[in-house]
Design a protein around this ligand. Sequence first.
Ligand SMILES: Nc1ncnc2c1ncn2[C@@H]1O[C@@H]2COP(=O)(O)O[C@H]2[C@H]1O
Length: 478
Amino acid sequence: MEVCYQLPVLPLDRPVPKHVLSRRGAISFSSTSSLFGGPDPRKLSQRRGGISYDSADQTALYIRMLGTYSVCCGWLDTCLYLQCIYIDLWLFTPSTESVSPWGCRCCRPLSFQRRLAVSPSLLCPSSRLTLCFLDDDYAGQAKCMLRKVGSWDFDIFLFDRLTNGNSLATLTAHLFNQYGLIELFQLDVIKLYRFLVLIQEDYHSHNPYHNAVHAADVTQAMYCYLQEPQLSSSLTSCDILLGILAAATHDLDHPGVNQSFLIKTNHHLASLYQNTSVLENHHWRSAVGLLRQAGLLEHLPVEDRSNLEMRLGSLILATDISRQNEYLSQFRSHLDQDDLNLQNSAHRHLVLQMALKCADICNPCRPWELSKQWSGKVTEEFFNQGDIEKKHGLEVSPLCDRQLDTVPNIQTGFISYVVEPLFTEWRRFCSTPLSHTMLSHLGLNKAHWREESDPSISHAAFEDSFSLVHFIDVPLRI
Ligand SMILES: Nc1ncnc2c1ncn2[C@@H]1O[C@@H]2COP(=O)(O)O[C@H]2[C@H]1O
């Protein structure tokens, strides 16, 4: 079958630059080439198609190929592999007239974004299509940053800028490559790329906090935890695959409002999941939907696939902050009895759950300059929810009132009642320099916020906010 894809490469108002035209015909197709590193794709690839440029249409390159092949783009080598994600996206986001090799258009069941029938990158070409012509310096610096992907002071905001908003897909692809997961699980790199781009797009970029950068931050933190000696010496490849997948997808399609908002507004997801871990269930099912849509695991036996999906769910569901006490008590009880045996798969799974929980709320444990930015973003999202509630005459949720609540007070309460108890147990378990560093940042950040807090607002009020209504059913305090 011959498939013709439209590959928009430029904003509509700019002509195709000469250096692209001069490389006309340099795209090659291969069934084996790797976009993520490994052997030089140019050596592996064979010409299986071609590129054509229609001078009447200066907004697109047309790529023809036979069947479905991995692709490496000769003239894009200069753009470095980090930006190939977009090329991949464009290649496999057919224009309306095109036929998809998977035989279907993107459809995201139950997605808050499902109204976007066309990929956002096509809806808004000018903002993204300049990507592949970014100065090599940016891609070079992003690549450089990835060498320190295991550092606790990794600046995800900078990384996101250097990758032009592709931090999640780029970082996750890098980790898959670093752990050799592509070879170990015989993954198809094109499907993987497609999956990662779908994930990135399913996060809402207009959410101040629950967006793809938060997911990238959590994935980076998860990587740091997977590197901790206790974990790295005992986790299986399957655990690592799940840990990274869960971190990258744990907040997929987050609407930017919390569960109580969905319940009080009778959102259909609240009824679907019977008011229980509504958002987390939705993140999980969305992740499974995208895994299936991309066909990433379809080559695995059905039993293995369904086992992976269930374990993914169990990890994502553990990020429901209202159930923190439950997980923390179980973990604490193992630590008290000193009976965690990481040869035992159930125990390894619990440790992975705790690692993901820590990664999810680790932002107050980052160095102050990073932590402060997250605090501002999360509060902005809370206040936006409060504004909507006010506008519709609904009771304003705790911590969501910009007239009454303040960033320092919210942070002091969150750190004291939610973050400290969790990271204290995590340090007990790991007892590594990183676990000490995190608590030390946490202490310093808390002191900063305390200095700025309004002493007239009592802590008891925040304990109520955090423990009874906003986050958890049972008070967390030990
Ligand atoms: N710095 C922070 N300050 C206050 N709340 C936070 C902060 N970071 C994360 N959270 C909350 O912790 C919750 C963890 O689960 P969610 O991602 O659903 O929603 C998150 C936020 O509501």
